[in-house]
Design a protein around this ligand. Structure first.
Ligand code: SF4
Ligand code: SF4
Length: 97
């Protein structure tokens, strides 16, 4: 039996997100990001939440899969990028049924 090829949009559609509009669980310091060589977050995030626009990184935490990849690849993790899980009741979950 051949496996069906699925798009990333298909898999992201299996998730649901409850976004905490009051508290961002990931934040960036744009002035530090400007000096970042390669800006690896823009290619590593599986949800494609880091975008390059006119040389600047734009980020929206809504849609975060909480995988921690950006924290792992960021050379300035803890300074340019702060990362935490969303507060209870917020964040990603699998859409059952
Ligand atoms: S990898 Fe880290 S420091 Fe570099 S652009 Fe992304 S968040 Fe900023
Ligand atoms: S934790 Fe994962 S999904 Fe969320 S912003 Fe970082 S790389 Fe993207």
């Amino acid at each position: 039996m051949a496996l069906k090829r699925r798009t990333i949009e298909y898999y992201l559609g299996l998730d649901k997100f409850v976004v905490d509009d009051e508290h961002a669980h990931i934040t960036l310091k744009k002035e530090l990001c400007r000096t970042c060589p390669g800006k690896p977050c823009t290619v590593a995030c599986p949800a494609g939440l880091y975008k390059l626009k006119d040389g600047e990184v734009e980020f929206d935490y809504a849609g975060c899969l909480e995988c921690g990849t950006c924290r792992a690849v960021c050379p300035q993790s803890g300074t340019a990028l702060t990362w935490a899980y969303p507060k209870g009741g917020f964040g990603v979950s699998f859409r059952y049924g």
